[in-house]
Design a protein around this ligand. Sequence first.
Ligand code: MG
Length: 170
Amino acid sequence: MIDPAGPDYRVGIGTDIHPLVPDRPLILGGVSIPFPAGLLGHSDGDVVIHAVIDALLGAAAMGDIGTLFPDTDPQYKDADSKALLLDVRGRIGAKGWQVVNLDVVVQLERPRLEPFKGQIRRSLAGLLDMDFAAVNVKAKTAEGLDAVGQGHAIAAMAIVLLARRPRKPI
Ligand code: MG
């Protein structure tokens, strides 16, 4: 039974994929990762932050990253995705939403993400003003299959829970 005076909860999902090409910085979740290749994109290509942004916008029913920050707009060329996430955090906060938790899957063949997971969690928690314990980052390979598995791309998926209270004024 849903308590009409209880918090309003919304989940959202986001995904992204960018080509992995030589001589680009590799930035995942706002963290620079030493690697000879990076993600190609109109912005800095941070697939993790892009997936998180779409999860947040999805949960709040506020559209998607492509509508908010069009890749045809020169303003967003080489944009720092951290700034885009802070912008979205502001928009969601203005509607009264707080992020309860965030879970991220990064799909990549290389580099090994294990040494950077803590840094990425801290970065995302900081950007979203969340407890470190409410942010999780997982890495999966694609077992040599598809573009990710062949090392031609890195993809990310994110799911987020938002809460706003109360459900109705009491
Ligand atoms: Mg993207």
